[in-house]
Write a protein that binds this ligand. Structure first.
Ligand code: IMP
Ligand code: MG
Length: 182
């Protein structure tokens, strides 16, 4: 890891809690299917998905839940659009209405791939929700159906998002400042 520090909190724990509460209200109508499958993209979505499903529960939403682990090929700066399935879903989504959950929509590569992948498995519909949207980095024109927060072009961690597998446990979203770049 490059020398860095985590000092600037961009989105507080309270702000996340409030936004997730509002977001489940916005999402609940779209989650009314009796064959709803919520799929978290690992590893970044695990906290967000856990909060979403408990919030949606209060709106009577009873999804099945599964996960898939995806990884972009090559470095983060290439835009080949190729994504590798490290671990696929276990569930049969043929005919299901899928709500895909990711931590951050950045280049758009991951969600573009994931939507196609699930439609190819026979999902009847695939909607998407991203906790964060970083539109400045978009390479693939992709809009999520639901977004928690739009963030500036900074590397962020916390609430599931990592830097080299660290900081996922932070209850807030913070900016990583690389100290040799100051
Ligand atoms: P995309 O495929 O470029 O849209 O990128 C999505 C993935 O890149 C996310 O699921 C994250 O794992 C990772 N990512 C992108 N930006 C950040 C960031 O600022 N912090 C941590 N992970 C990020
Ligand atoms: Mg991720």
């Amino acid at each position: 890891m490059k020398p860095h520090h985590i000092r600037d909190i961009l989105i507080s724990e309270e702000a996340i809690e409030q936004r997730v509460d509002t977001l489940v209200g916005e999402m609940q109508a779209a989650c009314k299917s009796d064959n709803l499958v919520m799929i978290g993209i690992l590893r970044g979505s695990f906290i967000f998905l856990a909060d979403l499903v408990r919030g949606l529960y209060r709106h009577g939403v009873r999804p099945r839940i599964d996960f898939m682990t995806l990884e972009s090929y090559g470095s983060g700066t290439t835009s080949s659009g190729e994504v590798r399935v490290i671990k696929d879903i276990r569930m049969d989504v043929d005919g299901a209405d899928v709500m895909l959950v990711d931590d951050i929509l950045d280049s758009g590569r991951t969600l573009t791939f994931a939507v196609k992948h699930l439609l190819a498995k026979g999902a009847r519909s695939v909607q998407t929700v991203a906790l964060l949207d970083k539109p400045a980095q978009r390479v693939f024109p992709f809009n999520a159906d639901f977004v928690g927060f739009t963030v500036p072009d900074e590397f962020v961690v916390g609430y599931g998002l990592d830097y080299d597998s660290f900081y996922r446990e932070l209850p807030y979203i913070a900016k990583v400042t690389f100290t040799d770049a100051e």
